[in-house]
Design a protein around this ligand. Sequence first.
Ligand code: SF4
Ligand code: SF4
Length: 382
Amino acid sequence: MNIAAANSPAQPVIVGNRVELQLLTTLQCNLACSYCSLGVGDVLGSQKRATYTAAQLGDFVDKHLADKEIYITLYGGEPAMNPRFALELIDRFPLVRFNMQTNGTLVAKLPDKVLARLVNMMISVDGGEAVTDRYRGKGTWKRVLDNVRAIRNSRTHAVLTARMTWWSGETSIEDFDELLTVFDYVYFQFAQDDQAHPPESVARKKAVLSELVERFFASSDTLYPVVPLMGTVRNKVAPQRINELSAGMTQCRVSTNLLNVMPDGKIYPCPDMLYDTDLLQGDVVGNWVRKSPLQPTPEMPCADCRANAYCRGNCMKNLYLAYVKNDANWRTRVVEPVCDMIRHMGDEIDRFDARAWFARAAQPVRNRLLNAEVYEFCEVMP
Ligand code: SF4
Ligand code: SF4
């Protein structure tokens, strides 16, 4: 990442040709996950359904984003609890791609018109059945997988992606493989919580990472569709792609081309810090927007990190809390263990010759590795 360029006043409000509008269409949710990030600052439930209209969002897009490709992620809270607004948006934006990030428990009840327009669904799990049910409530894992089976092909052609928050050292490669019998991809993100990564849990996760990397390189005829592995290998064999998609900065686009819109229309760069009014970036109702205030700073350790070329800052929220807000607990219990696991994953990949693997790979594998649409919906790479 180029810190000087990122902080230059000359940098445009939106970097690149494309922008994701991540709309928190409601802050209500039907689950009570033990660790929900919207619980920080009491954001969850603090507003109900979107109070701005699809027409107001259209005016905002016309004024500020007319030269961009926009795509929309329906987010929450639980976006399946506000299908009426999803239908309004679909009618107002007939040309854009829609993604939904959901807990998966209500998706079979969504109107067909919504399901038919989704190109991707990110469906949250925490690992296998036991771990997911522990965090999300008994029976959740089975209910989610039953729903995915019920809508696949018959009601939606969306790419179905398991979005795994990786907490537990109990999660095994078999849990990944079981999810891949139902989902098109597993996208994992290390949990952002100061209880998630004690040393023994990090050791177990590293062992699973090593197994995953081995599995990834076991064949060049088929792709092992676990996204951070795919993305890391992509960044190693084709580093220009991360420059195209997020100007060489975090994959989550929080510094470049992602706008999170609260139900009241207020815009923030990161959906996990909606409580921090210093980060207010714009307002759909007031029809204004500024450059993301969440940018890399010289205090952050990435410039000297051997993982930087493929990691590019991982999670800007974590770095901001650890090195701008100087939260020592967050730095030692979240950022440092996660960075340790990211470097381990990169080192394990380097035990194989990724460029030689890519050179051997079947054309569909190469194409998917370089251009999979799912990258545009993932928050962290890795
Ligand atoms: S591993 Fe950590 S320090 Fe290294 S580039 Fe990624 S976020 Fe930055
Ligand atoms: S990955 Fe990006 S969007 Fe997600 S919490 Fe971190 S900074 Fe925010």
